[in-house]
Design a protein around this ligand. Sequence first.
Ligand code: NAP
Ligand code: G4F
Length: 350
Amino acid sequence: MKDRVALITGITGQDGSYLAELLLKKDYDVHGIVRRNSQHNRSRIEEIRDRARQRGRVFELYYGDLCDSGSLNRIISLVKPTEVYNLAAQSHVRISFDQPEFTTDVTGTGVLRLLEAIRINKLEARFYQASTSELYGLAQEKPQTERTPFYPRSPYGIAKLYGFWIVKNYRESYDIHASNGILFNHESPRRGKNFVTRKITYSLACIKHDMQQTLFLGNLNTQRDWGFAGDYVEAIWRMLQLKEPDDFVIATGQMHTVRSFVEKAAALCDFDLAWEGCEQNEIGRDTKTGRILVKIDPRFYRPAEVDELRGDATKAREKLGWQPKVSFEELVSMMMESDLKLVEKQKQLL
Ligand code: NAP
Ligand code: G4F
């Protein structure tokens, strides 16, 4: 069989780490692009190198950046991947309002830089772009499919809109096998701690272990279609195995509020959560102890909110044979259990 060589941007992130593991299991050589950081930030991929060695596969990391065309050109010409997965992005929606120009450069123009590196090097690689349900924003249709019109609501969503279309344009202009995965929210114990699900599970675990007083949140009433990241990287890989490139919605089809995520996670910590008050004055109290667990902090509100997202992944089911395995309840339990263990361990180190 021809050697399968994958290049992953964003390999240090949540999805990058799950995808690297999946590809190594499938006997790929895996190469990843990492940024220079002042502190070690490779905790999600720490153990992968050993696993790769045990399987006799290559696992290599290269310094590069989606804002730096030279580094992308150098890495593409050196690695000569057969599949390129572009997962790198400034991926935080709220922060994209604080850093709109930077977000546009990385998350939007970065896609073009990578596609140009592929085109200029005449690389015959298949290309995956991490597109997003944030493209739907103020959703024009429920649930959202590949045909639903886009209406992004943040600098992040608009940068991703550029990414989506430049991928389609390079597919049509240069015959590049380039696909967009329109992924709805997906979470895991590896999710960054400033995304709402992980913020909830990590904070509640800290409160449970007396390491934190209160969980401060923004809008409790928004609804998301939350799946498990481990399931979603399987769909990503399947897209690049198709003969023809295409765009796919990846989602569970179920939607839940932030509030219900908090309630389920709190119950798993044996808190008996009850809500009092409304809007900015709303609080969540543990009725067993009277302790206030949740407060609202308007700093976490967004200038323009995406109230609800729910995807219809029928096309992925039919053409990729993909469907999610982990339910919402299992996802909350998985994350809560993992954070309770993590915080317990951290407490022992104090
Ligand atoms: P994540 O955990 O935030 O990871 C982002 C990755 O991008 C990190 O490895 C980060 O490196 C890297 N990165 C950021 N800026 C970069 C730059 N200028 N050059 C090179 N690398 C850079 O995101 P994720 O949740 O894994 O998501 C992966 C991709 O899917 C992202 O593009 C995201 O926008 C998209 N997406 C995610 C979801 C979701 O629900 N998770 C849904 C739809 C789409 P550092 O570690 O150095 O920061
Ligand atoms: O967890 P979030 O920050 O995720 P968001 O904005 O949906 O974006 C994530 O999913 C997208 C796919 O749809 C990705 F493209 C993107 O890269 C990222 O992975 O916020 C979810 C919801 C929002 O409505 C937010 O307003 O939770 C609400 N929320 C309420 N309190 C909060 C908080 N979000 C955060 N991050 N922090 C809070 O304290």
